[in-house]
Write a protein that binds this ligand. Structure first.
Ligand code: 5GP
Ligand code: ZN
Length: 139
């Protein structure tokens, strides 16, 4: 897609700090990292989000994520790696080309914000009703 930043990165029209590439995916460092080693992994085809991405590209992204987080583990020895993926402006997806964030947390480093929510017990009846509606809509 012409005006997509990540498509331009794949084509080399915008520079990036590449860590991995194969026929289907491309991975590079986030230039606004939450932590050292914050990496973005994208399909080479332009698909906006999880609703749009074809199955084979989704599979390629997630298979590549295993290779990359192994390398992150070997190099940075993190206490954990959050794999985060946003769908839609309502959850602050900013770049509308599917991407998986790989966000390592180093020992003693700050919490990764999305991984540190407070647990509050839900309303079981409401949870059940929602679960039933989603389950009934699965195709
Ligand atoms: P989102 O909120 O859409 O999941 O996150 C988009 C991510 O892309 C952000 O973390 C942002 O720092 C990163 N990003 C935006 N523009 C560029 C860019 O030109 N190069 C790189 N490497 N990362 C970018
Ligand atoms: Zn794109």
């Amino acid at each position: 897609m012409e005006d997509c930043i990540f498509c331009k990165i794949i084509k080399g029209e915008i520079p990036s700090f590449k860590v991995y590439e194969d026929d289907m995916v491309f991975a590079f460092e986030d230039i606004n990292p939450i932590s050292e080693g914050h990496t973005l992994l994208i399909p080479k085809i332009h698909a906006q989000d999880l609703w749009e991405i074809p199955d084979e590209d989704l599979a390629a992204v997630h298979l590549a994520s295993k290779k990359i987080i192994q390398a992150i583990k070997d190099v940075l020895n993190p206490t954990g790696v959050a794999c985060l993926q946003l769908n839609g402006r309502g959850v602050n997806q900013v770049v509308m080309h599917y991407h998986l964030h790989l966000i390592p947390r180093t020992a003693g480093g700050p919490e990764i914000p999305v991984c540190a929510w407070e647990l509050k017990e839900g309303d079981m009846e409401a949870i059940k009703q929602t679960a039933d509606k989603i389950a009934a809509a699965i195709k």
